[in-house]
Design a protein around this ligand. Structure first.
Ligand SMILES: Cc1cc2nc3c(=O)[nH]c(=O)nc-3n(C[C@H](O)[C@H](O)[C@H](O)COP(=O)(O)OP(=O)(O)OC[C@H]3O[C@@H](n4cnc5c(N)ncnc54)[C@H](O)[C@@H]3O)c2cc1C
Length: 513
């Protein structure tokens, strides 16, 4: 759909809709498509202008987590995989049990068991559904697999990524919505919900500067968390979080959550928690679509991370980065000056992902550790050298290094040991990357039923109100399994769309009778 085809205020006021979807990212588009599949006339309200549509989903690299039994399952989702890919890649499998275990372990057994199980057990069907809507997937080589004996071997359960990342994901979903005749209104933020006798019957919004009311049989909120709003970050996440950089959209201001709470919705999940990562210290305050997710720096398991005092403060090798990256942004947040340096030697240069080679990277390089110490802005050089020498001496080099498994090549005897992939920093050139905290999205959300219907504060539901994507609370606590955000948005979006369409049809039948 082009900008010109978007709906204007007059059209909005004239038209009638069964389902209004608030938001323009992955969850919203999946909800809109699913509602249309189930017979509803659908309107999508996007706060952002056309050029910035798509929320955080637009910035993603396209990691997409789902359970699969083997390559036959993957071929149902990515039938275009070449013979070469099939021969040269060991995809392994990722069982529902493994996915559940990852979610439980990462969230320290706090994830909502019912919602988590629904997410995991529907994940393969959701992947097939999104592929059937025109979204292409491909093996995530180079991100989630390393070569062993000439063959790529996958680890960590992320075999397929969305081809072309968030940009292509949204292109495919918006094209699908346009083919279906789903109406799109840009620069039209929803401001509040319309309620009658406790039921949600539409939204108040602002269109071209003018307050309007749009009535509908059901409303789906898929308008993200409060990560873009510094006042809410400080209020819910805590002091200092207002100063963090935002990795994605500037439009997720928490308005959807606030309007749902005003309408009697039940909050759920980790309202003081968020997904945050190591992010280039010189990145702009919000995401930049020309760079996408490349300000992130996720390969710290192959090096060490030091703070201003020259000290290590995390176990860089506690697990694969996909199990730790989403909480280590919060650890950087707690360090003096809210920054850190990731330090590597040349032995692991070939293992670093493309994000370490972009032009806009804040990097220091040197032939000796002493020279590097002088180049790490804001770091005590003597303390840094003491840290590196102690680290090097503590590495269990008798255990072989293997980036594909948790190799157990640890350090011994340090205050904070590195559990895996501990290589002495001894091969020049040495290179280091200056990072701060980048917030991805907030974890607090709304309690929803298995139909993605929003639950009421004191029980029951808020009739006519559904939620999807970041707005669903209870899945993530403290930490997160990479690729689950897009999967959660697609899954709960699909459910929300189908059930909102049914609810709206029921409402229409009731009104007619
Ligand atoms: C840099 C980066 C990389 C990421 N990489 C991955 C990845 O590889 N895999 C993965 O699974 N996840 C990834 N994520 C997380 C992922 O982006 C989110 O989990 C997911 O996209 C959330 O989808 P959503 O539809 O709920 O929210 P969003 O995509 O953020 O969409 C929210 C929408 O609501 C709109 N909106 C907000 N307020 C209003 C309002 N009042 N009225 C109308 N519209 C409103 C916004 O403009 C936006 O269009 C990444 C995130 C970032 C920032």
């Amino acid at each position: 759909m082009t900008q010109q085809e978007a709906i204007n205020t007059e059209d909005l006021l004239r038209s009638r809709y069964d389902v209004v979807v608030v938001g323009g990212g992955n969850a919203a588009l999946c909800a809109a498509i699913s509602a249309h599949e189930n017979g509803a006339r659908v309107l999508v309200l996007e706060a952002a202008p056309y050029e910035e549509r798509g929320g955080n989903s637009h910035y993603t690299g396209g990691a997409f987590r789902f359970a699969y039994r083997g390559v036959e399952d993957l071929m149902q989702i990515a039938p275009g995989m070449s013979k070469e890919e099939l021969e040269n890649v060991d995809f392994g499998s990722y069982s529902e049990e493994q996915f559940l275990e990852d979610m439980f372990e990462l969230t320290e057994y706090r994830t909502d068991p019912e919602l988590c199980e629904l997410l995991v057990r529907s994940s393969f069907e959701t992947a097939k559904w999104i592929a059937s809507q025109g979204v292409k997937l491909q093996p995530g080589l180079g991100r989630q697999a390393y070569k062993v004996d000439g063959k790529f071997k996958f680890w960590g359960g992320l075999a397929l990524h969305i081809w072309g990342g968030g940009e292509e994901l949204l292109k495919a979903l918006y094209a699908n919505a346009a083919r279906r005749g789903i109406s799109m209104a840009y620069e039209t933020p929803a401001l509040d919900l319309l309620q009658e006798d406790g039921r949600v019957v539409g939204v108040k919004a602002r269109s071209q500067g003018r307050p309007i009311e749009i009535r509908a049989g059901a409303v789906i909120l898929a308008c993200g968390g409060f990560e873009s709003n510094p006042e809410m970050r400080a209020r819910y996440l805590g002091p200092g979080w207002d100063a963090a950089k935002v990795r994605g959209t500037r439009f997720n201001m928490g308005e959807g959550l606030m309007m749902a709470l005003r309408a009697g919705a039940r909050p759920h999940g980790n309202w003081s928690g968020c997904h945050s990562v190591a992010w280039d210290v010189n990145a702009p305050p919000f995401g930049d679509l020309t760079i996408g997710d490349q300000f992130q720096k996720h390969n710290y398991p192959f090096g060490i991370v030091v703070n201003a005092r020259g000290e290590r403060f995390i176990d860089e090798g506690a697990n694969f980065h996909s199990h730790t990256y989403a909480k280590y942004g919060g650890e950087i947040m707690k360090q003096p000056g809210m920054y850190a340096w990731q330090v590597f030697d040349d032995k692991v240069t070939h293992l670093l992902r493309s994000e370490y080679r972009i032009r806009r990277v804040t990097k220091a390089e040197a032939q000796t550790l002493e020279e590097l110490a002088g180049k790490l802005t804001g770091v005590d050089p003597d303390a840094f050298l003491r840290t590196v020498h102690a680290f090097n001496a503590a590495c269990r080099t008798d255990i072989p290094f293997n980036p594909n498994v948790r190799d157990g090549r640890s350090t011994e005897g340090l205050g904070i040991n590195k559990t895996n992939w501990a290589n002495p920093l001894d091969k020049p050139p040495f290179h280091a990357y200056h990072v701060t905290t980048g917030v991805t999205f907030t974890f607090g959300g709304l309690k929803v039923t298995e139909n993605a219907e929003v639950e009421g504060l004191y029980g029951g539901t808020v009739p006519g109100l559904y939620a999807a994507g970041e707005m669903v609370g209870g899945l993530f606590y403290q930490n997160y399994a990479s690729g689950t955000g897009l999967m959660s948005g697609a899954t709960f979006g699909r459910f929300a769309g189908a059930h909102a369409a049914q609810h709206a049809a029921g409402g229409a039948l009731k009104q007619a009778s």
